[in-house]
Design a protein around this ligand. Structure first.
Ligand SMILES: [Zn+2]
Ligand SMILES: [Zn+2]
Length: 308
């Protein structure tokens, strides 16, 4: 097998290196068969079949339609609640803390075996959420995805030049600035100056830790994050006067040079209107944002203050 093509167990998945664009693509034809729009919830079935202990509020299960198989990767589903009709943003503080600890648990499980642990949530049928039951996903990945590689390159370059880590610099520069959305004791949230989506928020740990396991699951940092994230998503809901479709992605690496952060990518731009990656974004990787980050940050600060 050539270096540019690797296959997971039984050839049911493969990773292809695209030398032209400098990125990997995963191919997994078995995923074509996955459930879409079905009324049967396989996650609720976990509960009725007794696969999940009765006292478990959150749990980790295998992805029934994995995009990758070992040694290329492993795919898991993180169950955020026993209740089918909840959303992540509706969880209370203790329930959200359970989810943060789930992010830590799956990282600890996969990081010894894979260089990258991708944990994220896709919320909203508009952007491909096929199962309504509140859940996130994690891939242990044997290669470094393009955006993480670019971030790591920027961090290494800053280090070589004797400069501050770019995320530590953002924490210092965005604090109290016009793009700031949340200025907490342990976390900062701001609309990046280069935001691709109008309401994009980057949530950065004030302390330079490289992964979600860099803070204690029962400590003040975890509690602050668990209190803030659902509040922020509810503020985004008010932007679209409904459920904001979004992706929430944990960017982390075992490398101590890396700086843990969460990319919150809301796809709505106004009630009933979406900002989807389309012509120039898909065909050229050239993003157009129809708004100014400073104005959107001011709007989000106002919506957060209004509370719920
Ligand atoms: Zn369900
Ligand atoms: Zn840093």
């Amino acid at each position: 097998m050539s270096e540019s093509q690797r296959s997971g167990a039984g050839g049911q998945s493969r990773l292809i290196w695209n030398a032209l664009w400098g990125e990997y693509t995963a191919q997994s034809p078995a995923r074509m068969a996955r459930r879409e729009g079905s009324d049967d919830c396989s996650f609720c079935a976990d509960l009725t079949s007794g696969r999940v202990p009765e006292n478990a509020r959150v749990w980790i299960r295998p992805n029934d339609f994995p995009a990758l198989l070992p040694p290329d990767g492993e795919c898991y589903i993180l169950m955020y609640s026993r209740e089918h009709d909840r959303r992540f943003s509706q969880l209370d503080l203790e329930e959200t803390l359970d989810v943060v600890r789930l992010w830590q648990e799956i990282y600890e499980r996969l990081a010894p075996r894979y260089p990258v642990v991708m944990t994220w949530e896709t919320s909203g049928a508009e952007i491909g959420q096929t199962q309504r039951h509140p859940h996130g996903q994690t891939y242990g990945l044997s290669v470094v995805p393009e955006l993480l590689r670019r971030e790591m390159d920027a961090l290494r370059l800053a280090k070589e030049q004797g400069l501050l880590c770019p995320f530590c610099r953002s924490v210092a520069e965005e604090s109290d600035g016009p793009r700031m959305v949340y200025d907490g004791a342990a976390w900062m949230g701001f609309v990046p100056g280069w935001a691709r989506y109008p309401y994009q928020v980057q949530i950065v740990a004030r302390r330079h830790v490289s992964a979600v396991t860099g803070f204690a699951g029962d400590g003040a940092e975890a509690r602050e994050l668990a209190a803030f994230l659902p509040r922020l998503i509810r503020a985004l809901d008010r932007v679209v006067e409904g459920a904001m479709p979004y992706m929430l992605a944990l960017h982390q690496l075992a490398d101590p040079t890396f700086h843990f952060h969460i990319e919150l990518l809301p796809v709505g731009r106004a009630p009933g209107k979406l900002k989807l990656a389309a012509s120039s974004e898909m065909a050229w990787g050239f993003w157009l944002n129809d708004s100014l980050p400073e104005e959107k940050a001011a709007e989000l600060r106002r919506l957060l203050d209004e509370g719920d």
